[in-house]
Write a protein that binds this ligand. Structure first.
Ligand SMILES: [Zn+2]
Length: 390
């Protein structure tokens, strides 16, 4: 069980007696190390109460697109009942902390026959007496949701396409023009690398009628928007009349406006003990008819942020196809993004490596020394990757 924390269940149960209420739920995390079994130094996840207080041996927790699409629909409770009956329960949105753990515990006591539940705006919990049973329930429930969407969601995605998709070559050419310019504008405090995605789900979204209003609603699942920021920046570009110079000329103002909007969100929502405002630049840039560019401190993080935004696109597609899509209330989103426990996690991250976020230009790459230098740089990258996946 390398990589997992191990805790005494009796001690975890006893923590319920120390709980002073929602206002103090964060302090419960400090008690988790006192429940450690066998001196295992692996820190317990802040999700621990969610898993521990479900009175079953095996508990799965996932964020599948089809389930979040139900969870982020305006009538998610009715949809859950309609699709799963009493088999799968439903709980309203609550930040994943100690209080939500108690809600799960209460739900299981009151609904002994349920095999899982959907958390509004968040995801899925399933359980069973064996790992296999919990796993099979998870797969079954996800497949049921997917099948339900396939027969129910027959409207054109995002209100239908209203803009053309540029041919692949032109899409790349536009991205090539934009990426270095955006990178220059957002790398003042921390250098960043970009990732371009023009896969079909992205193209469906960035050519659609409802692109701007849906993008402005923000993502819902907390596990997604910690990577993507709550909202993307939609770049002013018309694929019907492509004028990249006009887009480039307006970029500085658009990025400044996004930053100002982010700072205003921080000011509106901050609390007395909130951490200082983090980088106010967008992570996700959507270009109508072209695709999506994501920026982060290194290439892998930029790619993963893009993947999470594709999840968000799938969620919006499902939810807005069968109901009204609802993002998280702003204050809830802020309280997750600037949660002191998340801040502690960020503080524990290792300092970036010397070349992180930088792009190396090797001249004379065809010759001996230049080629060896390029190979060496690429090798460093490969070695790091191999180490990570070991
Ligand atoms: Zn979760």
């Amino acid at each position: 069980m390398d990589g997992f924390s191990t805790l005494y269940m009796e001690k975890l149960e006893a923590l319920k007696g120390l709980y002073r209420g929602l206002e103090h739920e964060d302090e419960m995390v400090g008690y988790l190390p006192h429940c450690t079994f066998n001196l295992n130094p692996r820190a317990a996840s802040i999700d621990t109460p969610l898993h521990a207080y479900v009175p079953k041996k095996h508990v799965d927790h996932m964020h599948p697109d089809a389930i979040i699409a139900i969870a982020a629909s305006k009538n998610s409770r009715e949809l859950t009942q309609q699709i799963f009956g009493t088999d799968i329960g439903w709980l309203p949105w609550k930040r994943p902390g100690f209080e939500l753990g108690l809600w799960l515990s209460k739900f299981c006591a009151e609904n002994p026959n349920a095999r899982g539940l959907i958390l509004e705006s968040h995801g899925l919990f399933t359980w069973g007496d064996t790992a296999k049973e919990a796993y099979e329930t998870t797969i079954e429930i996800i497949n049921k949701a997917i099948a339900w969407f396939e027969t129910t969601n027959t409207t054109p995605a995002f209100g239908g396409a209203v803009k053309p998709v540029l041919p692949a070559e032109q899409r790349r050419a536009v991205a090539q023009k934009l990426m270095p310019v955006i990178r220059g504008m957002i790398s003042a405090d921390e250098r960043k690398l970009g990732h371009f995605d023009d896969s079909q789900p992205v193209l469906d979204f960035v050519t659609s009628k409802n692109l701007a209003p849906l993008a402005a609603l923000g993502t819902s699942c907390p596990d997604h928007f910690l990577r993507t920021k709550i909202c993307p920046l939609v770049i002013d570009f018309d694929p019907a009349n492509p004028d990249i110079d006009k887009t480039l000329a307006g970029l500085e103002a658009a990025i400044a406006e996004y930053r100002a909007g982010y700072a205003a969100y921080y000011e509106r929502c901050k609390r007395d003990n909130s951490p200082a405002m983090r980088d106010p630049n967008a992570v996700v840039y959507l270009i109508p008819g072209v695709g999506m560019i994501t920026f982060a401190k290194d290439k892998a993080t930029a790619r993963i942020s893009g993947e999470f935004y594709v999840n968000a696109i799938n969620v919006m597609r499902g939810a807005s196809g069968v109901s009204t899509y609802v993002g998280l209330p702003e204050q809830e989103a802020f309280d997750i993004e600037y949660w002191l426990l998340e801040e502690a996690k960020l503080q524990r991250m290792p300092k970036p490596k010397m070349l992180a976020g930088k792009i190396a230009l090797v001249t004379g790459g065809a010759g001996g020394i230049g080629k060896a230098t390029a190979n060496r740089l690429m090798q460093g990258r490969r070695l790091r990757r191999a180490r990570r996946y070991r």
